[in-house]
Design a protein around this ligand. Structure first.
Ligand SMILES: C[S@@+](CC[C@H](N)C(=O)[O-])C[C@H]1O[C@@H](n2cnc3c(N)ncnc32)[C@H](O)[C@@H]1O
Length: 252
């Protein structure tokens, strides 16, 4: 899935969930000052920013295949080594980092086991590899109301529940298949406030991710029907939504 989108669109759509999630996810790296960390699929840099606060800019490197998001991360995080690359082929030496982390990325990798194996390769023996993916399959992710509404109006529409890592136990199995030891699973929940229905809906029209791609492919009438179904399923504004991700980590 390509994320060659305007960084502002990404931030309006997913950044508002990804920023607080990064506060919850970063500690899974078990990192300490003086160590080095890699943010895999960094997007505009939510997780990298938390890692910089812990390790300093020279203790953090980041990669992402999206040109626009790499540029945004470089602008946001001066001094961080941000490169355009994919998880499946990391441009770093064996054991270069004390931890490698991927926030909301495994489900978009072409080959999740290959990506996690590469993360293990560039992490020093005894170091951590950690990942998290929204609970799309369990219905507690940030997009659950949207996909519920989609299926109400179009039962055969695709969704994100079959993506790697989005089902309970998936991430742990993938980490084990990638050779990680002592794998543990946790849940990470964030809460995000919305002032109005438009505040929630408009980001879906910006073309970001599978949900944005789906809305972008609808005829205007179908988009209007979906929009009103979403409105009916959501609480009266203003409202706050919870969103839960599966997190898992293992030792190299
Ligand atoms: C939902 S965004 C998450 C971005 C960021 N980690 C965050 O939490 O905001 C998914 C990211 O994964 C990146 N991505 C997609 N395929 C990838 C791959 N094979 N390797 C690394 N990153 C990938 C996308 O470019 C995008 O930036």
């Amino acid at each position: 899935m390509s994320f060659d989108v305007a960084p502002e669109s990404y931030q309006r759509f997913m950044g508002r969930f990804a920023e607080p999630l990064a506060d919850r996810f970063a500690p899974l790296g078990d990192l300490h000052r003086g160590e080095r960390a890699l943010d895999v699929g960094c997007g505009p840099g939510a997780l990298s920013e938390r890692l910089v606060a812990l390790l300093g800019a020279d203790g953090v490197a980041a990669i992402d295949p999206s040109r626009s998001l790499v540029e945004a991360a470089r602008a946001r995080l001066p001094g961080v080594d941000v490169r355009r690359a994919a998880a499946e082929d990391l441009p770093f030496a064996d054991g270069a980092f004390d931890a490698a982390l991927a926030q909301l990325v495994v489900h978009f990798m072409d080959d999740p086991v290959a990506g996690l194996s590469e993360m293990a390769r560039v992490t020093t023996p005894g170091g951590r590899v950690a990942a998290c993916v929204w609970d799309h399959a369990g219905g507690t992710g940030p997009l659950s109301t949207f996909w519920d509404a989609v299926h109400d109006v179009d039962p055969d529409a695709p969704d994100e529940s079959g993506l790697a890592g989005s089902r309970e136990g998936d991430l742990a199995r993938l980490l084990s298949r990638a050779g990680l030891a002592d794998v543990e699973t946790v849940t990470l929940t964030v809460r995000v406030a919305f002032d109005s229905f438009e505040d929630w809906w408009t980001p879906f029209t910006l073309g970001v991710g599978p949900a944005g791609t789906y809305v972008g492919g609808l005829e205007p009438d179908a988009a209007a029907t979906l929009r009103e179904r979403c409105r009916a399923l959501l609480p009266e504004p203003p409202f706050t939504l919870g969103a839960t991700a599966w997190g898992a980590y293992g030792r190299v």
